[in-house]
Design a protein around this ligand. Structure first.
Ligand SMILES: CC(=O)N[C@H]1[C@@H](OP(=O)(O)OP(=O)(O)OC[C@H]2O[C@@H](n3ccc(=O)[nH]c3=O)[C@H](O)[C@@H]2O)O[C@H](CO)[C@@H](O)[C@@H]1O
Ligand SMILES: C=C(OP(=O)(O)O)C(=O)O
Length: 440
């Protein structure tokens, strides 16, 4: 049965939420456990859909996964893995982007892997050409099938000199998860250096991997013949933290995010302060609030780390609809991440999308007919609307717009949000929102 969330907007969100491990790290750490010849333990594991999907995928490959969901502790025992049936794996087609990262570990373990078609947010084409190219360079043979891909390493996997055309997070993780047990040395240039990548490297190092990260986006990996397990506490979800911070800004609220860490939010906090948000930090988390002073418009470009992360863009757009003046956003990571603004426009926001690059950060989309720049004029009074959630961050952005809007919004498709936001309905309720969840 589909869920319908009815939101009566206009109440500031006030109170506390608890943010646990990062969606963009935990499922990958779970995949890394496959590389070990001993069990691993992960702490700070959130109850989100992507963790569930990877748990199921590991389980059908023979990994024993045990979990205390409330305590956030997961044990993963990979000692008796095997190749799963294609039909079993195919059941997860279209669910998440993580399955592509099974390639290296499963080839090391079983000599082959079958990967279902990927899911994840529809915010651009999201090809996997970099992944396949690096895997081929390691010596893998890729066979694209009607649905999914079969990949094998008949002659084993050997370290290689690699350079990514763009510092892709996923392709960098692909290289790490493959190179650690490949024969010889791998050098990756133009690697992504997001905090979640550093956390994955910390995990692999605990397992016995030899990895060096240089300051120029180069990563060097010396392959080893065997890895053990790890015990690790995942870094907190900086994207969920930024989302709650934006919710406080949009609703004139005051939210304490227990578990949040300042360090990986530098670029976000600079913008938050410039727009007029307030924050303070203590040992257990961060408080974000917006007193009644007017929000300031600004010019912003998304970028790879250490820039302003693309996943923060969508909630921040909602805040900018409330700023006094014209703001400009240039999205340089995904070619199609402004589709969610249509619903905001229906709610009363003034947002124009442009094909041109409205910014100076070099981007791949300028001459290619993609609406990847936005001009937002504020402040606009938002009114409630019927909304069907399009993607994860766009969906959370719609929720906070509806929570700030005058009147009632009827929101469908909220299941998508559970892919990356733990217990978000309970959290919003706990912050004082006037919402009702019904099944249809
Ligand atoms: C599960 C996860 O961690 N998701 C994050 C990860 O996604 P993901 O790892 O999928 O993102 P990438 O960094 O790979 O993608 C960045 C850009 O590279 C392009 N590209 C990527 C791979 C490839 O083979 N070919 C190609 O052209 C993509 O289309 C995109 O335009 O990093 C993104 C960028 O920080 C975040 O928005 C996502 O939240
Ligand atoms: C784009 C995102 O996730 P995914 O890569 O899992 O689709 C996101 O978390 O905003």
């Amino acid at each position: 049965m589909a869920k319908l969330l009815t939101i009566q907007g206009g109440k500031p969100l006030q109170g506390e939420v608890h943010v646990r491990g990062a969606k963009n790290l935990v499922p990958k750490a779970m995949v890394a456990s496959l590389l070990g010849s001993a069990p691993s333990e992960m702490r700070n594991v959130p109850e989100i859909k992507d963790v569930e999907i990877v748990t199921n995928l590991l389980t059908i490959h023979g990994v024993k996964v045990e979990r205390d969901a409330e305590a956030g502790i997961m044990q993963l025992d990979p000692r008796e893995t095997y190749s799963a049936e294609h039909s079993e794996i195919d059941a997860y087609a279209g669910d998440s982007r993580i399955p592509i990262l099974f390639c290296g570990p499963l080839m090391h373990k079983n000599g082959e892997a079958f990967i279902p078609d990927l899911g994840g947010c529809r915010i651009g084409d999201r090809p996997i050409n970099y992944h396949l190219e690096v895997l081929r360079t390691f010596g893998a043979v890729v066979d694209k099938q009607v649905s999914g891909i079969h990949i094998s390493a008949p002659k084993g996997l050997r370290g290689a000199k690699l350079e990514l055309p763009f510092p892709s997070v996923g392709a960098t993780e692909q290289v790490l998860l493959t190179a650690v047990l490949a024969e010889g040395i791998t050098e990756l240039k133009n690697a992504a250096v997001e905090p979640e990548i550093h956390d994955l490297i910390a995990i692999l190092q605990q397992m016995g991997a030899l990895i060096t990260v240089y300051t120029d986006r180069t990563i060097r990996i010396e392959g080893v013949s065997q890895l053990s397990g790890y015990r690790h506490r995942a870094i907190p979800d900086r994207n969920e933290t930024a989302s709650w911070a934006s919710a406080a800004l949009v609703t004139e609220g005051d939210i304490y995010v227990r578990g949040a860490a300042q360090r990986d939010l530098t670029a976000f906090l600079n913008i938050y302060r410039k727009i007029g948000g307030e924050f303070e930090v203590d040992d257990d988390g961060m408080r974000f609030w917006h007193d009644s002073k007017p929000l300031q418009p600004l010019v912003l470009e998304t970028d790879v780390h250490p820039g302003f992360m693309t996943d923060w863009q969508q909630p921040m757009v909602v805040a900018l609809t409330q700023a006094q003046g014209v703001s400009i956003i240039h999205e340089t990571v995904y070619e199609n991440r402004f589709g969610f603004t249509q619903a905001l426009q229906r709610m009363g926001a003034s947002i124009q999308l442009h094909r041109e690059c409205l910014g100076s950060t070099p981007c791949r989309f300028g001459q290619r007919n993609f609406l990847h720049s936005a001009v937002i004029s504020g402040p606009s009074e938002l009114t409630g609307s019927d909304i069907d959630i399009p993607d994860l961050r766009g969906g959370f952005s719609h929720l906070i717009a509806a929570l700030a809007a005058k009147g009632t919004s009827n929101v469908t498709g909220i299941e998508i949000i559970a892919r990356g936001y733990e217990h978000f309905i309970d959290k919003i309720t706990g912050l004082g929102a006037d919402i009702e969840l019904t099944e249809r």
